[in-house]
Write a protein that binds this ligand. Structure first.
Ligand code: AG3
Length: 275
């Protein structure tokens, strides 16, 4: 019996793959090629333009470090903006913080939201939460044009190559900085530490030109070429090295360990030397 697999190919022929039982769905959306698989041991696998967005089993290893470090470092995050994140995992984690009054999510591709709702349950009710404001649209335009301001902005995009490239530009960071309140935090996923080192460096340097302070950290994510990088931009008086452990206790986390927050900042030496 022949074995089937989905493999995501990174630069220089580095692959990350899963054994799959079947392809459940495939379509070309207005923006990208969307595929959904049933894997052997990790639940459903969502793929956009050949890149793994998530596997159901272990998706928290991405959504927890993307959301909770910034939410717990901010003293009182009430208004949160999410750009991308159509599967709803980021939104779900944001809404677990009871300081949140409104979470606005701007996803460009409605098909990602629909397919995630029909085939998976990553959002676990987050789209129906009364605090959720869901906008199908272009995050770059939204941020440029909105009159709203935010405590935390989270960019849960595809890679810093291709369609999401604008989300890693200095111009975009400037409009994010402007729309942050006096004290605000910005976080973006920034790609594979080993395989997208140059993209990580470019994004870091551009963020340094805009934010008051910039931090980088990495986390091993199930399904991606780990370690995976995250970049944090700070506006105003916030210390990203400290998180609120009282609020953290209520979250019942599985991957990100707020009591060992400092371990996030682990980076291969050559990367630290470059940054
Ligand atoms: N975030 C996807 C991160 C990029 C993955 N890149 C890759 N596999 N090359 C969106 C999905 C999670 N909400």
């Amino acid at each position: 019996e022949k074995e089937r697999a989905f493999i995501e190919w990174y630069p220089r022929g580095y692959g990350v793959g899963f054994k799959v039982k079947e392809r459940l769905f495939e379509t070309q959306t207005k923006y990208q090629r969307l595929e959904l698989y049933e894997t052997e041991g990790f639940g459903k696998l969502l793929v956009l333009d050949g890149t793994v967005q998530l596997v159901e089993v272990g998706e928290e290893s991405y959504h927890e470090p993307l959301v909770h470090p910034v939410m717990l470092a901010h003293p009182n995050p009430r208004r949160v903006l999410i750009i991308g994140g159509g599967d709803g995992g980021t939104l779900r984690e944001v809404l677990r913080h009871d300081t949140v009054e409104r979470a606005t999510m701007v996803e460009i591709d409605e098909m990602v939201i629909e397919v995630s709702k029909i085939y998976m349950n990553v959002a676990r009710g987050a789209f129906e939460d009364p605090r959720t404001e869901l906008i199908v649209g272009d995050g770059v335009e939204y941020l440029r044009e909105t009159d709203e301001s935010f405590d935390v902005i989270i960019v849960d995009s595809t890679d810093p190559v291709g369609p999401a490239k604008l989300l890693f530009s200095e111009e975009f960071y400037r409009s994010a900085y402007e729309k942050l309140n006096e004290k605000g935090l910005y976080i973006t996923q920034a790609g594979s530490v080993y395989l997208f080192t140059n993209e990580l460096l470019d994004a870091y340097r551009a963020m340094k030109r805009v934010f008051d302070r910039v931090y980088y950290f990495s986390f091993p994510v199930i399904g991606y070429a780990s370690p995976w990088s995250f970049l944090v931009g700070v506006k105003g008086e916030i210390d990203f090295m400290k998180v609120d452990l009282e609020r953290a206790k209520k979250l019942d986390l599985y991957y990100y360990d707020p009591e060992r927050h400092e371990t996030l900042f682990q980076m291969p030496k050559y990367v630290r030397d470059l940054l």
